[in-house]
Design a protein around this ligand. Structure first.
Ligand code: SAH
Length: 224
């Protein structure tokens, strides 16, 4: 990519301008997001390039939007909340993201960690996410088309994991691929009754901390 047309699209105009993004950041601050580095990423990642052009004027509203294939781009507040919850507890080197979707959460998180591995079960979504991440010049992400239910054993263990779709109960494979001291942020439960949870692996046990009610698409098994 590159060139003046791409530059204008990335910078944004009108409803996608810096002022519009600042308003979103202010709103997230009021809702309790404290981490300056997370707020900085929300300000700097052009969310409008992750949605259809017809929706780009709504890209800086704090709301989930359709991205095709029955999936949605997560609400900015949720992306910020999950990223903040993941970062609490020290620097992250090896991180797994399950449910790449359009790649927005990937773009927010990648520069805050050393290496990010991102897995998605719907191939066309993954392909577009890869293109956008490349367009943004983010280089520390490896993508895979696969079933995140099983994690990504090749690069395990991870000191951080973030799951963007809700299983009924947390898959054992994910907990098994977590390092001691590592944390897993995941929405758990059936539609209408999901809870965002942080699991932290300790030497002898796994700690569970509830972070509040959320609404995610289900984590499905297999690939398409
Ligand atoms: N964070 C994403 C949100 C994506 S929505 C964003 O910012 O756009 C959740 C995504 O999880 C969907 O794209 C869905 O296809 C994917 N997903 C659901 N089950 C999965 C699984 N078992 N493995 C990998 N991805 C899965």
């Amino acid at each position: 990519m590159g060139g003046p047309v791409a530059d204008v699209r990335l910078a944004g105009i009108g409803m996608t301008s810096a002022r519009t993004r600042d308003r979103l950041v202010q709103r997230l601050r009021e809702q309790g997001i404290r981490s300056p580095e997370v707020l900085d990423r929300i300000r700097n990642v052009p969310r409008h390039i992750f949605v259809d052009e017809a929706l780009s004027s709504r890209a800086y509203e704090d709301t989930a939007l359709p991205i095709g294939h029955g999936q949605t781009i997560s609400q900015p507040y949720i992306v910020a909340r999950m990223t903040e919850a993941l970062l609490e507890g020290g620097p992250l080197f090896n991180v797994l993201e399950v449910g790449t979707g359009c790649g927005y959460q990937t773009a927010v998180l990648a520069p805050l960690v050393d290496k990010l591995y991102s897995i998605e079960r719907i191939e066309p979504l993954l392909k577009r996410a890869k293109e956008r991440i490349r367009e943004l010049g983010v280089k520390n992400v490896r993508f895979r088309h696969g079933d995140g239910y099983r994690g990504w054993p090749t690069h395990a263990p991870y000191d951080g994991m973030l799951v963007a779709a809700a299983p009924l109960r947390v898959p054992d494979a994910l907990l098994e691929q977590l390092k001691v001291g590592g944390r897993l942020i995941v929405p758990v439960g059936p539609e209408g009754a999901q809870e965002l949870v942080r699991f932290t692996r300790r030497e002898q046990k796994i700690e569970r901390q509830n972070l509040g009610p959320v609404a995610f698409v289900p984590l499905l098994e297999g690939t398409t």
